[in-house]
Design a protein around this ligand. Structure first.
Ligand code: ZN
Length: 73
């Protein structure tokens, strides 16, 4: 493992780690392909790159992730 694709924009990303410490960015602000897994209340897990994560609202839903790829901002 290690290589994957962002569920939001589809770009190739590197998985930084597991599903731990999801929302602890700050020390890493580089959008150089690092991604994080985001788990929703319904059990859905999405892999997202930093630009996509930053584009999501404070309380994202799976539909918000899907919208990332469709709106093409
Ligand atoms: Zn993305």
């Amino acid at each position: 493992m290690g290589k994957a694709f962002c569920d939001g924009c589809g770009r190739k990303v590197t998985v930084a780690g597991g599903v731990a410490n999801l929302w602890t960015f700050g020390e890493r602000d580089g959008s150089d392909g690092t991604a994080l897994s985001l788990e929703f209340e319904d059990g859905t897990t999405k892999l997202l790159c930093y630009p996509c994560i930053e584009a999501l609202p404070d309380e994202p839903e799976p539909a918000d992730v899907e919208a990332l790829g469709s709106e093409g901002g």
